[in-house]
Ligand binder design. Structure first.
Ligand SMILES: Nc1ncnc2c1ncn2[C@@H]1O[C@H](COP(=O)(O)OP(=O)(O)OP(=O)(O)O)[C@@H](O)[C@H]1O
Length: 338
């Protein structure tokens, strides 16, 4: 657990970058710091590994004040990933990943074996190991940056806008990859971004900062979207937060009706809605795994507005009438369990 206890950072020129920050980043979870440019996210992150020292207050790592820990010892237990990966240009990928193990005095063979294992873990081909950073795409370099931060298996990972220099498609796959890695590794991750969509996608908990280094809200993404603390947070979240909130409510438990005869099936799988003009399109969702947002999307894609529920094999389970969907969304009759 990382605890900020009344932490303030005042730079030499008098700028207050972080103002009396108190929060707890729980172990084994992703805590996201999000907010507009200049609101103190990076300063807060760097105070954890003492690249910057706090002016006032304390930061505790599992109960121990980081100021009591020698910076090099502290950083050995903290992986650090930055924008554009920050790889060493003249070192091969395998040696970039093995940087910290080399520093820790591991023998070269063991360090390289660890690097190769991590290369695979972050979804990269082993043959990239011999290349230099300039021979990799931006997304690949970013994965190497994550592998390098994980090399000595630190319990804590600090990530400062790690995915902001890549295009939106690559960014999405890096986000998925991080969530997959985290489900295996359970690190304590603090992740800085200015992108609220990235924050609600990745964060178990989200800290929204406002300029001046003030914490505007600290909550889980669903609460953030449904109950923004004030106008600043509401505006920062953007317009479609009502729909985005539905992503966090499982569709499990919505009230399904039996499939009507107009739904044409083949081998138990839906193919379309019968009509005088031939088959009409349908939208489907899986109540076992999908959210209410997927159910709403399925309803909007169906010619008649009725979403079709299917199981993992694509076989029909029933249909979700508009009234039942409305009820689930508003939390009324037929509300999904969440
Ligand atoms: N070394 C410094 N000396 C003086 N002021 C600084 C210094 N570093 C940062 N600041 C100021 O502190 C404030 C917070 O900066 P910080 O980099 O922590 O913000 P940020 O939220 O990470 O911003 P961005 O999203 O643009 O990276 C800003 O006003 C910035 O100009």
């Amino acid at each position: 657990m990382i605890t900020f206890d009344g932490v303030t950072k005042r730079y030499a020129d008098g700028t207050v970058a972080v103002d009396n920050l108190s929060l707890e980043a729980a172990s084994g979870t992703i805590t996201v710091f999000v907010g507009p440019s200049g609101c103190g996210k990076t300063t807060s992150l760097r105070m954890i590994n003492r690249m910057i020292d706090a002016t006032q207050g304390r930061i505790l790592l599992d109960g121990q004040d980081v100021k009591q820990i020698e910076p090099s010892t502290l950083r050995r237990g903290i992986g650090y990933v930055i924008q554009q990966a920050g790889l060493f240009p003249h070192r091969r990928i395998v040696d970039n990943i093995a940087t910290v193990p080399y520093l820790l005095g591991w023998d070269r063979k063991k360090a390289r074996a660890r690097a190769m294992e991590l290369l695979e873990r972050v979804g990269l081909d082993a043959k990239l190991a011999r290349r230099y950073p300039f021979q990799l795409s931006g997304g690949q370099q970013q994965r190497v940056g994550v592998a390098r931060a994980l090399a000595a298996d630190p319990p804590v990972l600090l990530m400062d806008e790690p995915f902001s220099a890549v295009d939106p498609i690559v960014r999405m796959s890096l986000q998925e990859e991080l969530l997959r890695l985290q489900s295996e590794l359970h690190k304590t991750i603090v992740f800085v971004t200015h992108d609220i969509d990235e924050a609600v996608k990745l964060g178990d908990t989200v800290a929204v900062f406002r300029v001046g280094g003030h914490l505007a809200q600290f909550s889980d993404p669903a609460t953030l979207l449904s109950e923004p603390a004030d106008d600043f947070v509401r505006e920062f979240l953007g317009r479609d937060r009502g729909i985005r909130r539905l992503s966090f409510i499982p569709a499990a438990g919505v009230e399904l009706s039996p499939p009507p005869p107009e739904l044409v099936l083949e081998d138990g799988k839906p193919v379309g809605w019968k009509s005088d003009d031939g088959l009409q399109p349908y939208g489907s969702f899986n109540p076992g795994t999908d959210s209410l947002r997927a159910a709403l999307d399925a309803s909007l894609l169906s010619a008649n507005g009725i979403a079709v529920a299917v199981d993992g094999d694509g076989k029909v389970l029933g249909v979700l009438a508009r009234e039942a969907l409305d009820g689930a969304i508003s939390g009324g009759p037929g509300a999904a369990r969440g």
